[in-house]
Write a protein of this length. Structure first.
Ligand code: C2E
Ligand code: MG
Ligand code: MG
Length: 587
C-alpha cells in the first residue's frame, strides 16, 4: 500500500477543521494521496452510492445531521470504503456507537496528530482489505474463482425471492462433467485442475453472453455460475421467459464444452450432463429445486450423458421438438425451404380477379409441408419472423411484377401480404418497405398489407402514425381476420384502412345462423360508411356467396373460387377464369 495513491474523502462543514486536517495529511511524508473535501451532508450523500474513495473521514457534527447519520446512509448505499468518524470534545460515547454502526475507527479531533492520522488511515484500509479477502475465501472457490456453494445458495435464495415478488421464472441448471474421474486418473490431478478451470472459464463467459438470450427485462438479477465442488457446477438463470430459454442455454453450454481443451500439451475432450429444474414449476423452495435439478441431471447421465434433461419428462420432448424446429427454421430461411402460395380474390359483382394473397409454406425435409399456423408463432417468438417477413414481402412483390411482365392482361391487380405484429413494432418497417418497392420496381398501389385486428388495436396510437406513413407511400392497407378481436367502430374510424376482411369463422355459419348473418350485414354497412371495401374470407359454398352478394359484400376469397396455388398456376387459373367470364360462364 505504501506506493499506492489513495483517495480520501473528508466530510466536514467547518473550513478551519478541513484546513487543519489537510495540514496534518501534508505532514505525512510517505503517503501519496488525493484529498477531496465536501462541506455539506447533502453533497456527501451524492457521492456515496458509487463511492470511489479508498477511505472516508466524516466529522461528527454536520449542521443539523451527524456523522452517524451519514455513516448509516453510506452503509445502506453500499459504500465499500472504510469510514473513520472524527469526534470533538464532549462527544463521549459516540465512538462506540460509531464502531457498532460499521465505522472502522474514530479519532478525537483534539488529539489527532499526523502520526495518529496516518496509522488510522493505513490500518483502516488494510483491515478492510483483509476482511474482503476473508469474505472472498469464504464465498468463492479457490480453484476456479467461481462462487462456491454458500454464495450460490445465497444467490439462489435472492433469486427465488425476486421471482416470487415479480411473478417470473428462473431455471436452475445442474451440470456434471461426464467421466471426469477417468480424466483425473489417466492424466494427473494438475491437468484435472486445469480442466476444471477451463470449464469454469467457458461457463462464465458463456453465461455472461447468454444472459441476453434469457433476459427479458432490465430489472434482472445477474445469472450466476457456481462450483459446488468436484466436477459439479450450477448455472442459475433468472427472469427466464419460457422453459425454452433454459433449453437453449443448456444446449449452448453443451456445445461450448464440446470444443477440446488444450491443457499442458494435452488435448482433452469433455462432455457434460445437465439437469434443469424450473422455479416455480419444479419447486418453490431452494431444497426442492436443487434436489429436482440433481435428479434430472442423473437422468441425463443414465440416458447416455452429453445432453440436458428437464425435471419433468413431459418438458423434454416439447423443448427438444421446439428447439429442433427453431434450428430447422433458421436453416429453412437460407435453404430455400420456404415458398409462397397465392390465393386469388374476386370482385363479387363483376367476377373479375382483383388480387391474390401470398400465403407462406414451409417444405421441411423430414416433416413435409408445415402450415403457417404451426411455425409463424415460433418465428414470432424467436424473432425469425423479421427475416421471414422481409423475404415474403420481397418474393411477393417480385412475383407480382413477374406476372405483369409475362402477361399484363391476365395478372392479378394487386398482391396481398400478411404482416405480423412483430414486424409492425420493429420500427423500420417503412424503410424496409421503401427499399423493397424500389428494388422490385413495383407500383405501391399494387401492394396490399394485411394486418390483424389485434395488432392494430394493441398499440393504437403508435399504430395510427405508422399506418399513415405506409398509406402515404401508396400501399393499400387491410384489416385481416376482422371480427375476431375487439375492434370498436370508433377506433376503426381513426385508421386509414382501405379494406376489411371478415374472418372465416363468421362466413362459415352465415347460412344457418341468423345472428352471424346479421353481424356480417352490420359489418358491411359500417365499413361502407367508413368508405372501406369488404372482403369475405373462406367462402366455401354457393349459398354463402349468394347471401354475401345480397348483403352488398364487395369481394371474396375462398375454396369456392380456388385454394391457394403455386405462383406458376395462378397465371393459368387467371387465363381460364377470364376466358369463362368472357364466355359468360361465370358461376
Ligand atoms: P389469413 O391471412 O387469414 O389467411 C387465410 C387462411 O385461410 C389461409 O390459411 C387460407 O389457406 C385459408 N383459407 C382460404 N380460403 C379458405 C376456405 O375457403 N376454407 C378454409 N377452411 N380455409 C381457407 P393458411 O395459408 O394456412 O394461413 C393461415 C394464417 O397464417 C393466415 O391467415 C395468416 O394469418 C398466417 N400467414 C400466412 N402466410 C403468412 C405470412 O407470410 N406472414 C405472416 N405473418 N403470416 C402468414
Ligand atoms: Mg391474410
Ligand atoms: Mg384472415
Amino acid at each position: 500500500m505504501t506506493n499506492e495513491r489513495i483517495k480520501i474523502l473528508l466530510v466536514d462543514d467547518d473550513e478551519d477543521d478541513y484546513l487543519l486536517t489537510k495540514d496534518l495529511f501534508s505532514q505525512i511524508s510517505n503517503l501519496s494521496y488525493d484529498l477531496e473535501w465536501i462541506s455539506s451532508y447533502c453533497d456527501a450523500l451524492k457521492v456515496l452510492s458509487g463511492c470511489k474513495f479508498d477511505i472516508c473521514l466524516f466529522d461528527y457534527r454536520l449542521g443539523e445531521y451527524t456523522g452517524l447519520d451519514l455513516l448509516r446512509e453510506a452503509v445502506s448505499a453500499g459504500c465499500k470504503a472504510p469510514i473513520i468518524l472524527l469526534t470533538g470534545q464532549g462527544d463521549n460515547g459516540i465512538d462506540i456507537e460509531a464502531i457498532k454502526r460499521g465505522a472502522s475507527d474514530y479519532l478525537n479531533k483534539s488529539e489527532i496528530t499526523s502520526q495518529l492520522l496516518e496509522r488510522a488511515v493505513r490500518y483502516a484500509i488494510e483491515r478492510k482489505r483483509t476482511e474482503e479477502r476473508i469474505v472472498h475465501m469464504a464465498y468463492y472457490d479457490g480453484l476456479t474463482n467461481l462462487p462456491n456453494r454458500s454464495l450460490f445458495l445465497d444467490r439462489l435464495s435472492q433469486a427465488l425471492a425476486h421471482s416470487s415478488r415479480y411473478k417470473d421464472s428462473c431455471a436452475l441448471l445442474f451440470i456434471d462433467l461426464d467421466n471426469f474421474k477417468r480424466i483425473n486418473d489417466t492424466l494427473d490431478h494438475r491437468t484435472g485442475d486445469l480442466l476444471l478451470q477451463g470449464v469454469a472459464e467457458r461457463l462464465n463467459s458463456f453465461v455472461r453472453s447468454a444472459d441476453t438470450i434469457a433476459r427479458h427485462r432490465v430489472r434482472a438479477l445477474a445469472s450466476t455460475v457456481a462450483r459446488l465442488g468436484g466436477d459439479e457446477f450450477t448455472v442459475l438463470l433468472t427472469e427466464i421467459h419460457s422453459m425454452q430459454d433454459a433449453a437453449k442455454v443448456s444446449q449452448r453450454i453443451l456445445y461450448s464444452l464440446s470444443n477440446p481443451f488444450h491443457l499442458d500439451g494435452h488435448e482433452v475432450f469433455i462432455t457434460a450432463s445437465i439437469g434443469i429444474a424450473l422455479y416455480p414449476a419444479d419447486g418453490e423452495d431452494i431444497d426442492t429445486l436443487i434436489k429436482n435439478a440433481d435428479t434430472a441431471m442423473y437422468h441425463a447421465k443414465n440416458n447416455g450423458k452429453n445432453h440436458f434433461q428437464f425435471y419433468k419428462f413431459s418438458m423434454n420432448s416439447t423443448a427438444l421438438e421446439r428447439l429442433n424446429m427453431e434450428n430447422d427454421l433458421r436453416r429453412a430461411i437460407t435453404g430455400n425451404e420456404l415458398s409462397l402460395l397465392y390465393q386469388p380474390r374476386i370482385n363479387i359483382g363483376s367476377g373479375t380477379i382483383v388480387g391474390a394473397e401470398a400465403l407462406i409454406r414451409w417444405q421441411h425435409p423430414e416433416l413435409g409441408l408445415i402450415s403457417p399456423a404451426r411455425f409463424i408463432p415460433l418465428a414470432e417468438e424467436t424473432g425469425l419472423i423479421i427475416p421471414i417477413g422481409e423475404w415474403v414481402l420481397k418474393t411477393a412483390c417480385r412475383q407480382k411484377r413477374e406476372w405483369h411482365r409475362k402477361d399484363p392482361v391476365h395478372a392479378p391487380v394487386s398482391v396481398s401480404v400478411n404482416i405480423s405484429g412483430h414486424q409492425f413494432s420493429q420500427g423500420n418497417l417503412v424503410n424496409i418497405m421503401e427499399k423493397i418497392l424500389v428494388d422490385t420496381g413495383l407500383d405501391p398501389s399494387c401492394l396490399e398489407l394485411e394486418i390483424t385486428e389485434s395488432v392494430i388495436m394493441k398499440n393504437a396510437d403508435s399504430t395510427v402514425a405508422l399506418l399513415h406513413k405506409l398509406k402515404d407511400m401508396g400501399v393499400k392497407l387491410s384489416m385481416d381476420d376482422f371480427g375476431t378481436g375487439y375492434s370498436s367502430f370508433n377506433y376503426l374510424k381513426r385508421f386509414p384502412l382501405d379494406i376489411i376482411k371478415i374472418d372465416r369463422s363468421f362466413i362459415k355459419d352465415i347460412t344457418n345462423s341468423p345472428r352471424d348473418a346479421a353481424i356480417i350485414k352490420a359489418m358491411i354497412v359500417m365499413a361502407h360508411t367508413l368508405e372501406m371495401k369488404v372482403v369475405a374470407e373462406g367462402v366455401e359454398t354457393e349459398e354463402q356467396l349468394s347471401l354475401l352478394q345480397d348483403m352488398g359484400c364487395d369481394e371474396m376469397q375462398g375454396f369456392l373460387l380456388c385454394r391457394p396455388l403455386p405462383a406458376e398456376h395462378v397465371h393459368e387459373f387467371l387465363e381460364i377464369w377470364d376466358g369463362m367470364l368472357i364466355n359468360n360462364e361465370k358461376p
